[in-house]
Design a protein around this ligand. Structure first.
Ligand code: GLY
Length: 360
């Protein structure tokens, strides 16, 4: 099983297989056996550092592990410099790959380090969270945070290879597992009616993490949507922005509630309900609102968002637009499986969408 990201000479495959098979994949990708950096966090290291190191060493690799604290705070200039120090004092050359073993934080930080060390060394993404497997490890966005905002320092830097091992999802805390599924539902809604129907059919077993085959199939289909979008618009000059469905409200929710109150997946799930409302108002005949809403509401959200005021959410969306241009941009659907970007949403309409999104 593999999904191809088609970017000319920077093309690569996303494989869904055991990390035990990584040496063979590396060989097929023409990565020279030798020294490698294995970047991970403390939580992931507890499960996978030793077995993966053994697998790599048995295949002839010399592994330098760099284990960072788990959590969003690790996406910082300080931890990036720790990584630079470890890599440069150990001695790397431009053929030394960085293996990013972990969730979105490790992938973004190690990816940015790979983009910048010696002006670029090979990057291999080994995502172990649902969010990273479905979304963050594919498409080449790498970044660290700055005190003024998330992901403000970074680069587009494509990996040479992605190996997502479905078994690694078994050891995730369940809320982290389900949070990442929001991005799979997003990919279905914006780009794949078959995946949407698959998720409708398997929602109970997939959400309960009870059917590994269905989970692996859903993730592969979701990655295919992302691969198609990225292949068409690598640097988000147009179409790639549809991947932000649910994110205009979602980012504002995370910011206003205080980062960590709602997980990214929870905030995006609520944001997608708002996007659904706006889409249905414009395209009532082609948007099956109740059907989409039913799948969105199956995604668990622990906190009650109704304590957040619309005015503060709107102010956060309004200030975020600085990063994007003069108007607040929303991703809307004109039918299930097809999305577009709109700057044509009034404040009063956004207020109604918020009411719909937070209604019990
Ligand atoms: N997660 C959105 C993107 O990769 O463009």
């Amino acid at each position: 099983m593999a999904v191809h990201v088609d970017l000319g000479e920077r093309s690569y495959d996303v494989h869904f297989r055991s990390l035990d098979t990584l040496p063979a994949l590396l060989e097929d990708t023409d990565l020279r056996t030798g020294r490698c950096l294995l970047v991970t966090d403390e939580n992931v290291a507890a499960h996978y550092r030793t077995p993966l190191t053994t697998t790599l060493e048995q295949a002839g690799w010399t592994v330098k592990p760099v284990v960072l604290p788990a959590g969003e705070a690790t996406k910082s200039a300080e931890h990036l410099h720790t990584l630079y120090d470890e890599a440069l004092s150990w001695g790397i050359d431009r053929q030394t790959p960085v293996f990013a073993l972990g969730g979105g934080v490790v992938g973004d930080l190690a990816g940015f380090a790979a983009a910048t060390l010696l002006r670029g060394v090979p990057l291999v993404q080994l995502p172990t969270s649902t969010l990273a497997q479905v979304d963050a490890s594919v498409g080449g966005k790498t970044a660290i945070n700055h005190e003024t905002g998330k992901n403000l320092i970074g680069a587009f830097y494509q990996p040479r290879l992605v190996c997502a091992d479905p078994a690694t999802l078994d050891t995730l805390p369940i809320d982290e597992y389900t949070g990442g599924l929001a991005e799979a539902v997003k990919h279905a809604i914006i780009g794949d009616v078959d995946l949407f129907e698959f998720l409708e059919e398997h929602r109970t077993s997939v959400l309960a993490r009870k059917d590994r085959d269905a989970i692996a199939s859903a993730i592969e289909q979701a990655v295919q949507v992302k691969a198609d979008v990225v292949s068409a618009d690598e640097r988000e000059e147009g179409r790639r922005a549809i991947l932000n469905f649910g994110h205009t409200f979602g980012h504002a929710i995370e910011k206003v509630a205080g980062y960590g109150t709602f997980s990214h997946g929870e905030a995006v799930a609520i944001g997608m309900r708002a996007g659904l409302y706006l889409s249905h108002r414009r395209h009532p005949d082609t948007i099956p609102r109740d059907r989409i809403d039913s799948l969105l509401r199956a995604l668990p959200v622990e906190e009650d968002p109704s304590s957040l005021s619309f005015d503060s959410i709107y102010a956060a969306m309004d200030s975020d637009k600085k990063n994007q241009g003069d108007t607040i941009r929303f991703v809307l659907l004109d039918r299930l499986g097809h999305a577009y970007v709109s700057s044509d949403v009034s404040e009063s309409e956004a207020r109604q969408a918020w009411r719909f999104a937070i209604a019990a």
